[in-house]
Design a protein around this ligand. Structure first.
Ligand SMILES: *Cc1c(COP(=O)(O)O)cnc(C)c1O
Length: 223
């Protein structure tokens, strides 16, 4: 089967396998380093949410594909001198990990557009990677986002360090699920637990992911 169609049916299969309600896991197609033609093709198969990591590349695609009315998620590291364009061109930011960036995104989003959807990125792997807040600081950043009127707090995102062992993948994702559930009690707008990539999305779905972010599985290896 064609990789995009087979990934979509795999997600349905995993929802059933782990007792998740049908349709409870949405798909973000990670199109970084892939040409606009691939995005057009994925859109024709029904995908409407796309994730990009690199500012310049993303801006070109957004401009070029404007008439398709896609939803764009910024999932890369956010430079503070790019916050104006990011805030005005994207529908979602999944990689928020600094208070200063939250304040700037809020300012540049303004109140003429709908509120910018935000996930706070959590660093589950300690020292190994530098992006994301430590899990014990997620609450504080969520509280700040909640107070900014042009941002809408949607949930948490994480990119755990690659881990081949399925049970250890699950254990890591479970930590994020616990924090997500705890935050939801104070922040009713939270509904997105963005976890799971091509190599670990089964474990993520098993542990309650509501959005998997697939690149390689949909579009093949990136050069
Ligand atoms: C690249 C990337 C992905 C997709 O990774 P694959 O392993 O190709 O599925 C998902 N999330 C983030 C934040 C990424 O940077």
């Amino acid at each position: 089967m064609e990789p995009i169609a087979s990934s979509i049916s795999k997600i349905y299969e995993l929802e059933a396998k782990y007792g998740r309600p049908k349709g409870s896991v949405s798909l973000l197609a990670v199109s970084k380093k892939k040409p606009p033609e691939e995005i057009v093709k994925a859109a024709s198969l029904g995908i409407s949410h796309f994730g990009e990591n690199y500012f310049q590349e993303a801006m070109e695609k957004i401009e070029r594909l404007r008439e398709l009315n896609l939803k764009w998620h910024f999932i890369g590291s956010i430079q503070s001198n790019k916050t104006r364009e990011i805030a005005q061109s994207f529908d979602w930011i999944q990689s928020l990990d600094r208070e200063k960036i939250a304040v700037k995104l809020n300012e540049h989003r303004g109140n003429t557009l709908s509120a910018l959807n935000v996930c706070v990125q959590v660093n589950l792997s300690g020292e190994e990677t530098k992006s994301g807040v430590p899990i014990n600081q997620a609450r504080e950043l969520c509280e700040l986002v909640e107070e900014l009127p042009n941002l809408k707090l949607r949930g948490l995102m994480a990119i755990p360090a690659p881990q081949p062992d399925f049970q250890l993948q699950r254990k890591n994702f479970r930590k994020l699920l616990r924090e997500f559930n705890a935050l939801k009690t104070n922040h009713p707008s939270i509904d997105i637990l963005s976890m799971g990539m091509s190599d670990d999305f089964e474990a993520a779905i098993a542990e309650g992911s509501t959005m998997v972010r697939l690149g390689t599985a949909l579009f093949g290896a990136r050069l």
